[in-house]
Ligand binder design. Structure first.
Ligand code: ADP
Ligand code: MG
Length: 578
């Protein structure tokens, strides 16, 4: 919680205003009983109507000042709390944007979402409360006691007798309720996780007929949260009646014993009323202090979860003194690259070396899990290599800014993803200011024009989040078009053509050839037909490069390649190609 207070910085003047207003409010509240006491002793007792009138107006003014300070104070403290949580959310989002894929492997998406929304809201609610009470309650407590004693020391034993009960009840409730709040947060997280899994996996759950199982799982988690909430609220709800009881008892005692003292002439009746009012204000402020104490642990749990995210140091960051690339355009080089995923037993890639040059097509082929995607993910520096280096235009990728590096690359991931928005919006991800012509042209090359023109509003048709309203192959083609719009120096296609039928695949690659004449093209594929005419083919097997060369060369030298070829092509086709 303390660490999050830095987000209050921009609001320091508002904070000063809130403190001043809180002082104003406390002073007004504390002044009123004294005024009333004066009216009773000097006005009513002496039948001085003019005095009563004057003091009455004065009381109204003081009340107005108090009320106005309270209203403006709450307004400002809400502004501070809301503003602060806005900054926290922004900081969280910014931090998450810095994460490399390693960090996303580490914290679940569901948890990141809960932390950015639910936990920040908790902080906000508690901040409003704290800002409203942290000045007024202590002032009222201390000054109230002094003023009460000032009115009559003889009655103060009533307060001394009642306060231990009050404080005792509060401490008892704190001990009971606070651990429950912490538990609550954990249970809420679990509930969120189940909900998130259910929403993302809805198709699988339906297909495997697991609805009733999932319902049971959700009900169980839901019930846990409910039971806990009931328990917490039971403890909290005891608080109010006990407080009212203690307050009424003390009022009764003050009036009872006060009236005896008034009758014996030791106390003015006005002073007795003032004392009564002070007593109530004191007891209330003890209650408010208690509320602050109850809510802080609740915010603390959320603050801890937020700080956890803030404190994850991303693996990948920009160099302090980034280098600029020179005249070269799009040369990609792997130099003895070895890479392992965190927690993996053996490296996903071992000692890979090759150069991909502009104007040439480099293909990567290999079985599932052989490390093809891992390899191309190292080019835009989604992960950092463990040993060796990935060089772009002769410079280690780690020495370029991520922005410069990635601006050179048109990346088409294996798992195509489209964002909610129109078709054109999605293609403009590649280049923000792309003209309509450029977009249509890219779509044409990517063999997407035909189905886009059949969509109800062509390029303005909307795409659902995650691209669920287009087919896999259509999504692939749009994501290829997105890369084409960028006209990058380096194209990376990760298994992009496997969702297309052979004819479209061939047509697309033909159209691409012209487009990518001067660029470096890296194609990951499973089909021999896709890679056959590449300038160089890298054959991967369990993370190792077992052959590099043209189709002809590899057919002569590489067993693994021959194996792949003979499993896909007929002997006649093989004979024709070699
Ligand atoms: P390919 O694209 O050739 O099918 P990948 O590069 O996706 O293969 O995977 C290579 C190996 O790395 C596999 O054994 C896979 O299990 C592992 N792997 C892939 N992604 C991750 C990840 N995010 N965390 C841990 N291991 C991974
Ligand atoms: Mg792959």
């Amino acid at each position: 919680m303390i660490k999050l207070l830095k987000f209050l910085k921009p609001y320091k003047w508002l904070l000063v205003a809130v403190i001043l207003l809180a002082i104003g409010q406390s002073v007004a509240n504390l002044y009123l009983p004294t005024l009333m006491s004066n009216i009773v002793t000097n006005g009513i007792a002496k039948f001085d109507t003019a005095y009563i009138g004057r003091m009455g107006i004065w009381m109204v003014l003081v009340t107005l000042v108090g009320a106005a300070s309270a209203v403006v104070g709450i307004y400002y403290s809400s502004q501070i709390a809301v503003g602060m949580t806005k900054l926290i959310r922004a900081a969280l989002f910014e931090r998450v944007q810095l994460f490399s894929l390693h960090e996303f492997d580490q914290v679940s998406t569901a948890s990141l979402i809960t932390r950015t929304t639910n936990d920040t809201t908790q902080i906000q609610q508690v901040m409003v409360m704290i800002l409203n009470l942290f000045v007024t309650a202590p002032i009222t407590l201390v000054v109230g006691i002094i003023l009460a004693l000032n009115q009559d020391v003889g009655l103060s034993w009533v307060l001394i007798a009642i306060l231990p009960f009050l404080v005792g009840t509060i401490i008892f409730l704190l001990i009971k309720a606070v651990p429950l709040f912490t538990k609550m947060q954990v249970k809420l997280d679990k509930l969120n996780l189940i909900l998130d899994e259910n929403l993302s996996g809805v198709r699988v759950i339906r297909a495997f007929d697991r609805i009733s199982h999932e319902e049971k799982r959700f009900d169980a988690a839901n019930l846990e949260v409910t039971d806990l909430a009931i328990e917490v609220n039971q403890w909290i709800s005891i608080m109010m009646p006990v407080m009212m009881f203690l307050m009424n008892i003390s009022s009764l005692a003050i009036i009872w014993f006060g009236s005896i003292r008034v009758a014996s002439g030791n106390l003015d009746i006005g002073a007795m009323f003032a004392f009564l009012q002070y007593a109530i204000q004191i007891l209330l402020s003890v209650l408010f202090v208690a509320i602050v104490f109850i809510t802080i642990p609740r915010a603390e749990a959320s603050a801890k979860r937020i700080n956890e995210v803030m404190e994850i140091e991303p693996d990948i960051f920009d160099p302090k003194k980034p280098k600029k690339t020179g005249k070269m355009r799009g040369v990609v080089e792997f130099r003895n690259v070895t890479f392992s995923y965190h927690g993996a037993e053996k490296p996903a890639l071992e000692n890979i070396s090759f150069v991909a040059a502009p104007g040439k097509v480099t293909a990567i082929i290999g079985g599932t899990g052989s490390g093809k995607s891992t390899m191309v993910n190292l080019i835009p520096r989604f992960y950092d290599v463990d040993r060796g280096a990935v060089l772009v235009d002769g410079i280690d990728a780690k020495e370029l800014t991520q922005e410069e590096l990635r601006s050179k690359i048109g990346f088409v991931p294996q798992k195509a993803y489209l964002f909610a928005g129109t078709v054109a919006d999605n293609l403009r991800f590649g280049k923000e200011n792309a003209t309509e012509k450029e977009i249509e042209y890219a779509a044409k090359i990517a063999q997407a024009s035909e189905f886009v023109s059949k969509m109800p509003e062509k390029f303005s048709s909307s795409i659902a989040q995650g691209g669920t309203n287009v087919s896999g192959g259509q999504m692939q083609r749009l994501s290829i078009a997105r890369a084409l719009v960028r006209k990058p120096e380096i194209y990376v296609f990760d298994d992009t053509f496997s969702a297309l039928d052979f004819k479209t695949d061939a047509r697309l690659r033909q159209a691409l050839k012209n487009e990518t004449k001067n660029s470096t093209v890296i194609i990951v594929a499973q089909r021999v037909s896709t890679v056959m005419d590449a300038d160089q083919i890298i054959v991967l097997d369990e993370g190792k490069s077992v052959g590099i060369g043209s189709h002809k060369q590899l057919m002569k030298t590489c067993d693994v390649y021959r194996g792949i070829v003979s499993s896909q092509l007929s002997p006649e086709e093989i004979a024709k190609e070699t």
